[in-house]
Design a protein around this ligand. Structure first.
Ligand code: UD1
Ligand code: PEP
Length: 428
């Protein structure tokens, strides 16, 4: 199993390329299921989640090829098995995104419930409820969602769907299902994340009729058939935000090429209040930091609020910043798994339910720590970059799930970081 060895204390300087967004690429790979025509995606990040999703699609009979330049070519024309088996979905939440498109195009699907994850319980009840409102019959048996069209029909029908809470993948499943349903679907309480808007743009390129994406009400007029398309995956705002935090912590100056400042308002505002200079420039985002920070309190909320996927990385800043701060996690009930590992590095943090109180201003000292989930891993890397001495981050398969060659990007900026022991986890 690979580990990352970091020798802290170096400033970050130079340029780094922000990759395509994991959370846009995964639904967009599933969107290819909606058509029997070829779909080409550019700017697909090199992630283990993408590899897993391609395996899942190939297992269904989809022809899928990827090249080293980030282009993936898919053809779901030959699809023969509308199924997502447990072995392939257990490591990846996004596999639930196969359900909507398969049901919409084939009128049936068998998709394993996605595996549990260290950040909390992640039910799919809203996905099921919404698709049922569109005419699906879904039973959960032997760990699988077995779905068909009620009354033996051929197509889903439009519906007005109001979810109990804002759900990102739920909104994406409904969007894809509604694109091929008969009649109009209105999604109330829809998620507004940039990845949803990017998916909607791709569906529109395929011939879908969608309005209101990027807002909390999305209207979709179903069509009978979707064509193929060529689409470029939007830049990863969470990867960009992670690099912003890394530079803020170490000090230095970096250009995040292709970074979208307009997708990171809540994070950038907090960074500026912390004393970091962040500018939107033509090429992306420029960040400058002296490494002296003022701690910032924040609470995670749905987009456009502070993203839960940036909570751990920003907490790493609060640990070293001057002052006491509180971080409130409102989206997932168990997303403070990085706290115990940060304590090993010398942080002072107390948690009580969804609130963490951080007493800042402490010099961290390197130690062996264990990554518990994707963003927790990233926060430990940031902490390791400023800790005195060596930090060894274990179980970085979590990191490889969602960051595109993070250690080589950091090394390119001057960090002393290397991957040790075991073969690279990434498989093309
Ligand atoms: C692949 C992908 O895009 N993953 C992102 C997506 O996850 P994901 O789409 O799984 O997260 P959701 O937006 O659905 O979850 C929001 C909240 O709703 C709850 N919920 C959700 C669905 C449901 O049927 N029932 C239910 O109770 C969840 O447990 C959670 O408490 O959005 C999260 C919140 O921004 C991000 O952290 C993940 O990176
Ligand atoms: C929680 C995340 O991803 P996933 O939903 O794929 O587990 C994340 O990207 O931080």
């Amino acid at each position: 199993m690979d580990k990352l060895l970091i020798r802290g204390g170096r400033q970050l300087r130079g340029e780094v390329l922000v990759s395509g967004a994991k959370n846009a690429a995964l639904p967009e790979l599933c969107a290819a299921l909606l058509s029997d025509r070829p779909v080409t995606l550019h700017n697909v990040p090199r992630l283990n989640d993408v590899t897993t999703m391609l395996k899942l699609l190939r297992n269904m009979g989809v022809a899928a090829e990827r090249d080293d330049g980030g282009t993936v070519r898919l053809d779901a024309g030959p699809l023969h098995t509308p199924e997502a088996p447990y072995e392939l979905v257990k490591t990846m939440r996004a596999s639930v995104l196969a359900l909507g498109p398969l049901l919409a195009r084939f009128g049936k699907a068998r998709v394993s419930l996605p595996g549990g994850c260290a950040i909390g319980s992640r039910p799919v009840d809203q996905h099921i409820k919404g698709l049922q409102a569109m005419g699906a019959e879904i039973v959960v048996e032997h760990g699988y969602m077995v779905a068909s069209i009620a009354g033996g029909g051929r197509r889903l029908h439009g519906a007005r769907i109001t979810t109990d809470m804002v759900t990102v993948t739920g909104t994406e499943n409904f969007l894809m299902a509604a694109a091929l349903a008969e009649g109009e679907t209105v999604l109330e309480n829809a998620a507004q994340e940039p990845e949803i808007a990017d998916l909607a743009e791709m569906l529109i390129e395929m011939g879908a009729k969608i309005e209101g994406h990027g807002t909390s009400r999305i209207r979709i007029q179903g069509v009978e058939k979707l064509q193929g398309c060529t689409h470029r995956v939007v830049a990863d705002r969470i990867e960009a935000g992670t690099f912003l935090c890394a530079v803020a912590a170490t000090g230095g100056e970096v250009l995040l090429r292709h970074g979208r400042a307009d997708h990171l308002d809540a994070v950038i505002e907090k960074l500026r209040e912390a004393g970091v200079q962040v500018d939107a420039v033509e090429e992306g985002i420029r960040v400058r930091s002296q490494g002296r920070l003022k701690a910032q309190s924040f609470r995670t909320t749905e987009y456009p609020g502070f993203p839960t996927d940036m909570q751990a990385q920003f907490m790493a800043l609060n640990v070293i910043a001057d002052g006491t701060s509180t971080v409130t996690e409102t989206i997932f009930e168990n997303r403070f798994m990085h706290v115990d590992e940060m304590l090993r590095l010398g942080a002072k943090i107390q948690t009580d339910g969804k609130v963490a109180v951080i007493e800042g201003g402490h010099q961290l000292s390197g130690a062996t720590v264990m990554a518990t989930d994707l963003r927790a891993s990233a926060s430990l890397v940031i902490a390791g970059l400023v800790a005195e001495g060596e930090t060894l981050v274990d179980r970085i398969y979590h990191l490889d799930r969602g960051y595109d060659r993070m250690e080589s990007k950091l090394r390119g900026l001057g960090a002393d970081i290397e991957r040790v022991a075991g073969a690279a986890e990434y498989q093309p």
